[in-house]
Design a protein around this ligand. Structure first.
Ligand SMILES: Cc1cc2nc3c(=O)[nH]c(=O)nc-3n(C[C@H](O)[C@H](O)[C@H](O)COP(=O)(O)OP(=O)(O)OC[C@H]3O[C@@H](n4cnc5c(N)ncnc54)[C@H](O)[C@@H]3O)c2cc1C
Length: 393
């Protein structure tokens, strides 16, 4: 494989490591430097809010084969500036011929002088777990994916958990209030106090000041209201930034030789005809394949159907697709049942699906979504009919 002499990758998470692995898998023999702000070897984040918090596991390391990768790995080093073909870090300067940005995202925090924890790193998870002791009054701000998983683990560890959510339903930002509201009863079932339409004014010592003037006492507050792409250090670099590093369908940024992958990349989706930034593990896993191929002179496009899973309140929840353009929701089974699905249609075509406890439905829906298939909505509403059989000829 041909390619530039020196590839520098910033961010040693899943997307950064995968980029190095994909370069080598494609026969790239030039120099690869992988720079990560964390002191740890690359590790996986999804288990942090699941088995790490419940205490089932401690180590989520990705266990890269560093000897065969032959990369220059620089840990505990943060990139601080990019200009004139040189990347500056807290330790030194790196010239590069191709540069891959894989810096992920940082949790958003709220105003106030009180202690607020976040959950992004393994150190965050281990420190939080220590404090999830029986009877601890825990307040979680945000009923999104992470808030729900955290509430699940904390309730299991015997904490008294309250979740405050400004929106009208859990997961509303991700899947809309109509579908998200079907998950609200799961909180009560697990003994978690879910307070919807409750905005936070500030995190204060001893609790949360609510926007309506109320006060929620708490011994421990975790803020889980979303993340922002970790790209502020690139301000003034000349790179186009807009909700992340703006890249084209081949993951190339506005400056030649620069690419972005994973959570920090806002890529052009030919499928949806818009920029997409997807904070999901699947994107961190696969987008590096395309960046590595194109660094080597290829012309590949990254055009995924987004996929995500979450384990909450003893349920496996999976989502595939993008429902932004949907005009109809078809329910498959009753949402009060243990297993059900919501399917989004746009002009009669299946565009997204959320499944609860139905991994086979998810797989079949994924194929129909990928194919852009028109579906028979009444067949789709019948859980006895396999999703693959709902495609119209
Ligand atoms: C608790 C938790 C649970 C999750 N659960 C799921 C799930 O169930 N399903 C799912 O699909 N997704 C899940 N995700 C999302 C998934 O983990 C992310 O999409 C994925 O980690 C993104 O990988 P990344 O490599 O792009 O970014 P990251 O994993 O964030 O890695 C980026 C790395 O870059 C480093 N970095 C940042 N700035 C700099 C800099 N200037 N210089 C050097 N290094 C820098 C960071 O320290 C970090 O180590 C979860 C995320 C979290 C936090």
């Amino acid at each position: 494989m041909t390619g530039p002499a020196r590839v520098v990758i910033v961010g040693a998470g899943l997307a950064g490591l995968r980029t190095a692995e994909e370069l080598r898998a494609r026969g790239y023999t030039g120099a690869v430097t992988l720079i990560g702000a964390e002191a740890r070897l690359p590790y996986d984040r999804p288990p942090l809010s699941k088995k790490v918090l419940t205490g089932e596991i401690d180590d989520t390391g990705l266990r890269p084969d560093l000897d065969s990768l032959g990369i220059d790995l620089r840990l505990a080093e943060t990139a601080v500036d990019l200009g004139d073909g040189v990347l500056r870090t807290t330790a030194t300067d790196y010239p590069w011929d191709a540069l891959v940005l894989a810096t992920g995202a940082n949790p958003v925090t709220l105003p106030g002088d009180g202690e607020q924890l976040v959950l992004r790193t393994v150190d965050d998870a281990l420190a939080l777990r220590e404090r999830l002791t029986p009877g601890t009054r825990l307040a979680v701000v945000g009923a999104g994916w992470i808030g729900a998983e955290l509430a699940t683990a904390a309730a299991r560890r015997g904490c008294a958990v309250t979740v405050v959510e400004a929106g009208q339903a859990p997961l509303a930002a991700a899947v809309g209030a109509e579908v998200g509201s079907q998950t609200a009863p799961w909180y009560a079932e697990a003994g978690v106090d879910l307070r919807l339409r409750t905005a936070v004014a500030a995190i204060e010592p001893g609790g949360i000041a609510l926007a309506d003037g109320g006060w929620l006492p708490a011994e421990l507050v975790v803020t889980a209201v979303g993340v922002r792409p970790a790209v502020s250090w690139l301000d003034g670099s000349g790179l186009r930034l807009d909700n992340g590093v703006v890249v084209d369908a081949g993951l190339a940024a506005s400056v030649p030789g620069v690419y972005a992958v994973g959570d920090c990349a806002s890529f052009w989706s030919s499928r949806y005809q818009r920029q997409l930034r997807v904070e999901h593990w699947d994107v961190a896993l696969h987008s590096p394949e395309v960046a590595a191929a194109n660094i080597a002179g290829g012309r590949e496009r990254y055009d995924p159907v987004p996929y995500f899973w979450s384990e909450q309140f003893s349920r496996m929840v999976q989502y595939v697709g993008w429902h932004g353009a949907a005009d109809q929701i078809v329910w498959r089974g009753r949402p009060t049942a243990a297993k059900w699905a919501a399917c989004w249609l746009a002009a009669g075509r299946l565009v997204a699906a959320l499944t609860v406890g139905l991994p086979r439905d998810l797989l079949q829906a994924r194929r129909l979504i990928q194919a852009g298939a028109a579906v028979d909505a009444s067949a789709l509403a019948d859980p006895g009919v396999a999703i693959r059989d709902c495609a119209r000829e």
